[in-house]
Every structure is written in C-alpha cells, then in structure tokens.
Design a protein around this ligand. Structure first.
Ligand code: ZN
Length: 313
C-alpha cells in the first residue's frame, strides 16, 4: 500500500482475522501435498501451514530441519546432504541486500504509535501505516513478509548477505525513517521495499516506485536516482516475466514505473532503493494471485532476478 493511502476503515480493520502462517522446511518426499518450491535449497520444500492461531499468537516461525535432505526427484542425485551457505562469486561477492517488508501485522493494534510523525527530510510524515488487506482479510503485512522471506531464501542461495528490516518480531513498525536507516547503515548495495496496493477493483498489475530527486534536511537522493531506476527497471521486467503480471493499468502509463517524492523510505535512503507494489489486494483477480503461495514464489524469484542483474550477477 502506498504510504499516502488512507488506512482501511475501522470496520475493515476489525474484521481482519489474520491466520498465522508458519514456514517449515521439510523433505519434499515427506510432504506430498506441499507446495513445491524448486528454487529453494536442494531437497527442501517450503511449506506454508495455516494454523488458525489468532492474531495475538506471536510465536516465531518454526524451522524444521530435515533429518537428511533427499533429492526432490529420483533423477536428481547431486543434492548435498547438508547444503552449506554458498559463497558468492564474482560481482556478487561481498554484496548486501536489504529487504523491507512493508508495514507490520501489529500496526492495526498500534495506531497511535504509527500515526506519530517522523522527519523525512523534505517533510514530516506518519511513522508507518497499517497497509491494506484483501476483501477476505489477508493482510498486506502478511503478504510482504512472506514474499520478503522467499526473496531472502533465493538471494542467500546466491551467496548474498540479506538483511530484513523486520520479521514481525516487534509489535509495530519500524517507522519509515528507521526502515531507510537500516538500509543505509547496512551499506546495502540494493534495497527493495515490498508492498501490495489497495485501490478500487478493476485496477490491476504491479508497479515499481522510484525515488525522485529531492533535497531537504536529511534527504538527498541525487546519488541514488540513477541506480535506483536501473534497479527498478530490472525488477519490473523480471517480475513481469516470472509472474506473468502486467504493469499497472491505473498509473505509470503502462510502464510499471512511477517516480515519487513523498516517501520517507526513499527520500532518506542513501542506497539504491525502490518499492514494488506487487498487485492490488482489493481486486479479486489480483487478490487471487497475491494469496497464492505459488504466485508469491514467482514474485520473489522475479524480484531476486532483478536484484541479481542489477548487482552484475
Ligand atoms: Zn504498502
């Protein structure tokens, strides 16, 4: 959701009943009905379990290590028993990517905190927003964290160092200025903030938000405007390829690219950074994609391919 969007009404906020999703890595042979994610570490399968736990359930993601890592198919016998973190080679060596999962599922319960204004250099703006939901109540913040984790897995398999700005390991936030600061302090080579939009039905498709050239207070984007556009164009084209989605039909004139000067997360960044709005959660056709784990894996792969291309890998 774009940061200047109005938060959902109290009615829609209170109707949200987020189901807690856990991520579990298991043997592909052991989980017949699992969602196969062939780009994950060899022989492992990402399984998304819906537990039905309430929103107050703050248990962390559960990682289950397989006793052994059998190959996903009988013909694939090259999988190592215990895959070690690969070392990046060539242009990817030593590179860091910061991924910013937009919003936080806890923001709905901390509206006074997230409504407090923070300094974005050119202006003052709310710390964060709740984000949007699908009409059925799937929260944008759940979506952004899921895609971000999948993206991290793909990038780490390339040997890249990956930092997430949060993992719902805090009650709310971070604020938009802190999200930018995390990327800056990590000296990130690329930063991507993951979102989904919340506009009226019939508006469909993805778009990438690029930083405008702004200067004011702590904001000075002159050095990141060019590389951020390169990063954004690469992510957009790869995202379109892997997901089959089209550029947004409601802004960007069909390019899938939008330049904005009002986002603290971009204005305060000193590192190449873009936002991606992966689709419109309020459109039934887009929502069917956004709520699909298989589609989210494709989305993560496309974003990852764009980042890797930008980094020269
Ligand atoms: Zn958002």
């Amino acid at each position: 959701m774009r940061y200047d969007d109005s938060p959902p009404s109290p009615e829609s906020a209170s109707s949200v009943s987020p189901d807690r999703r856990w991520f579990t890595r298991r043997s592909g042979l052991a989980v017949g009905a699992a969602v196969l994610a062939p780009t994950l570490l060899a022989g492992w399968v990402l399984v998304q379990l819906t537990t039905g736990a309430g929103a107050d359930d703050a248990r962390p993601p559960r990682i289950v290590m397989p006793a052994a890592a059998p190959s996903p198919t009988p013909s694939s016998s090259a999988a190592p028993a215990a895959p070690a973190a690969p070392q990046a080679k060539g242009p990817l060596a030593g590179k860091t990517v910061v991924i910013d999962p937009g919003h936080n599922t806890g923001n709905f319960k901390h509206t006074s905190e997230i409504d407090k204004k923070v300094d974005i250099g050119t202006n003052r703006k709310e710390c964060d927003t709740t984000g949007t939901t699908t009409n059925a109540g799937y929260m944008e913040a759940e979506f952004t964290l899921d895609v971000s984790r999948r993206l991290r897995t793909v990038l780490e398999a390339k040997g890249l160092k990956v930092v997430l700005t949060h993992e719902a390991d805090r009650a709310w936030g971070p604020c938009i200025d802190e999200r930018a600061r995390i990327g800056n302090e990590a000296a990130a080579d690329a930063v991507v903030s993951v979102h989904a939009d919340g506009v009226s039905s019939g508006n469909r498709g993805y778009h990438i938000i690029l930083p405008a050239k702004v200067k004011g207070g702590a904001a000075d984007t002159a050095k990141i405007v060019g590389p951020s556009r390169d990063l954004g164009e690469r992510i957009g084209s790869n995202f379109a390829r892997t997901t089959g989605s089209a550029p947004a039909n409601y802004l960007g004139s069909g390019t899938g690219l939008v330049v904005r000067d009002d986002l603290g997360g971009l204005n305060l960044s000193t590192r190449p950074k873009v936002f991606i709005e992966c689709g419109n959660m309020r459109d039934a056709k887009d929502a069917a994609l956004l709520t699909s784990p298989e589609w989210r894996q494709k989305a993560a792969q496309g974003i990852a391919d764009g980042i890797v291309g930008f980094l020269g890998g």
